[in-house]
Design a protein around this ligand. Structure first.
Ligand code: HEC
Length: 118
């Protein structure tokens, strides 16, 4: 039983470590130039998040549709916390695999540029 728990812990922490490494060393073939709100961020959210977070679904009282509403989650850190699976935030998309590293990277680049409405 003890060994089983140890193995489980290794797997869990191994997983976390891998995520962190992916963020520290983003893959070189992830093109993050020219990332914009309208051409990059909206389509990503549309495909992966609007099913639960457009104005109508509003799951968990969270609406990500519309620039002004999205700003709330950019500014309180929940958008990045959720997609990066940062401890303390609800991992998103809910009940689905984490977004590919390159897609997360694009959203991070947009947020770090000041989340412009472009
Ligand atoms: C299948 C439905 C579903 C999908 C798809 C989904 N979410 Fe959520 N989301 C929820 C629910 C339900 C909650 C509220 C309960 C919770 O926090 O777990 C939530 C909460 C959140 C929160 C608040 C987090 C917090 O820590 O309080 C954010 C931000 C969020 N989602 C972002 C996203 C993003 C970004 C995507 C797409 C990458 C996404 N969600 C996809 C269902 C979903």
């Amino acid at each position: 039983m003890k060994y089983y728990l140890l193995a489980l812990l290794c797997i869990l922490f191994g997983g976390c470590y891998y995520d962190v490494e992916e963020e520290l060393y983003p893959s070189l073939d992830c093109a993050t130039e020219g990332v914009t709100y309208s051409a990059t961020v909206v389509p990503l959210l549309q495909d992966n998040c609007y099913a639960c977070h457009d104005a109508e679904a509003n799951f968990g009282g969270v609406t990500l549709e519309g620039y002004d509403r999205l700003q709330t989650y950019v500014n309180n850190g929940e958008l990045l916390g959720a997609i990066r699976h940062t401890p303390g935030f609800s991992p998103m998309p809910n009940n689905a695999p984490q977004l590919p590293g390159c897609e997360i990277e694009k959203i991070v680049v947009w947020v770090e540029a000041g989340a412009p409405n472009n």
